[in-house]
Write a protein that binds this ligand. Sequence first.
Ligand SMILES: *Cc1c(COP(=O)(O)O)cnc(C)c1O
Length: 373
Amino acid sequence: MIRFQDLRDTNAPRIDEYVAAAERVLRSGRYLNGPETAAFEEELARTAGCSCAVAVSTGLDALRLILRAYMEMGRLTPGDEVIVPANTFIATFLAVTDCGLTAVAADVDEETFCLDMRRLPLSEKTRAVIPVHLYGNPCWDADLFSDLRRRGILVIEDNAQALGGQAAEAGFHGSRSTGSLGDAAAVSFYPAKNIGAFGDAGAVLTSDATLAATVRTLANYGSHERYRHMLRGYNCRIDEVQAALLRLKLDDLEAVNRRRAANAALYDTLVTNPDVVRPRILPGCVQTWHQYVVRHPRRDLLRSALLGKGVETEIHYPVACHLQPCYAGHPGLRVPREGLPVAERLAGEVLSLPVANVSEEEVGTVAALINEF
Ligand SMILES: *Cc1c(COP(=O)(O)O)cnc(C)c1O
């Protein structure tokens, strides 16, 4: 059996250190807003090339807090349009509609599976765009997004799947870390992400100190001074145990991403089935290979053939967000009348192959089975 991802395998190499770190916090008597969180935030900001990181409860909360903070700062108002790609995890949409903003669903690119940056549904009411670095594949066009930012449109990265990724600067003179490219970024440490917590956690990245301070206040009941509540906030704090564990995980970010990249490169070489379309990466980008996703016109048959031979795969994602039942007739979502044909087709054709903990030999086995199909 080749498992898609068994988190016991993911965490096995340093499990004793994780247990020791958790025990240290449990015995410390300090469980929130403590030294582990502060140290983790500093280390995370450095890793991502931002001046501020605010560690929070989940990736969804990170996105919501960014949008709410911009509302408090007067940069966004209820009803403003926020462009989101239809091929993403539902959290990107939920954050927007939960804040009373209008989500404008946009189609994705045939080859990158990410937001189609040549055809953004911009209008006079567009106030923000959320490019999602889906599957770890950086979705960035430096010229386009700096132009939008000059026009006052916020660019908020959904970096939940791409910590450690890089995208090209304008003119390809160099590259910068995903999460430091736009105005702000959300990160998720859901257990299966490349850097995963032992439970839920997330973070906001930004180099805007006012935004960071507003997010921090909102995440702590709208208060930065005890029993004085400046904003109607939330409780979206991270706990010290997760922060301590994530500090250890963060040390391994490069190694984790390198291992996934080696497996992805092997699939690229070994999968030769002409019906399989492999993912495209934009020039100058470094992928983190959160998922290795291919397209196949008979995806469901391929998936069951693989499962019949003991290979687990997944589908990210089987239904485009704008077609989810929770958005049927919802006034906070705008979809073009002709639908979003690429995203809708992809939902029936994408297949994620195991890439996280598999050996070279296992990649070879999966590739051979795909070529035989
Ligand atoms: C995982 C994920 C999120 C949400 O993160 P949680 O920590 O699960 O709340 C948001 N966007 C994308 C693209 C994700 O993959």
